[in-house]
Design a protein around this ligand. Structure first.
Ligand code: SF4
Ligand code: SF4
Length: 161
């Protein structure tokens, strides 16, 4: 008796588990709509990640190719695994006559980054943020090392640096 009840219970459990899968299978079969699986990377042109997705660290630039980084190196110090190198230099500010530090290169090693976010939290200028790029593949690890400040960019006027 318990043998047959075990079979009946097992079948019921299986059907319960397959209910959602079966529903989508038959909907797709009869409506011919591609509602179930998107085959990566076939949808790479249209796939948009959600806002909170941590794809990579980026530096924000405005429409004038200006960023907010003054090369303070707090992000570099906050990074637990050395994924960030901030290279800065000093120059005389012609308006104040003071020696100020400015950003030369903000180097980011995506290949080592664990997406912990400590660098972004540490930045007092909100100069860096999360980017939604998810297509981070390369045959050569060095291709995942990036310079976050864009060529020719400079700090937003009025910010120190
Ligand atoms: S997200 Fe974390 S691991 Fe990645 S660069 Fe920032 S501090 Fe370093
Ligand atoms: S990104 Fe932010 S924390 Fe890092 S050097 Fe620039 S201003 Fe400082």
């Amino acid at each position: 008796m318990s043998y047959f009840s075990d079979i009946i219970n097992g079948t019921k459990t299986l059907l319960t588990g397959m209910r959602i899968t079966g529903k989508y299978f038959f909907v797709n079969l009869f409506t011919r709509k591609d509602v179930i699986t998107r085959q990566y990377p076939d949808n790479i042109d249209t796939l948009k990640m959600f806002d909170r997705y941590r794809g990579e660290v980026i530096m924000l630039h405005n429409e004038n190719n200006e960023h907010k980084c003054d090369a303070c190196t707090l992000c570099e110090k906050a990074c637990p695994n050395g994924s960030i190198e901030v290279i800065g230099d000093k120059k005389i500010n012609p308006e104040t006559g003071k020696n100020v530090r400015f950003l030369v290169k903000h180097i980011y090693h995506l290949e080592m980054c664990t997406m912990c976010g400590l660098c972004i939290e540490a930045c007092p200028q909100n100069a860096i943020a999360w980017g939604q790029n998810y297509h981070n593949t390369a045959y050569d690890r060095s291709k995942l090392t990036k310079v976050l400040n864009k060529p020719g960019s400079k700090i937003v006027p009025g910010l120190k640096g």
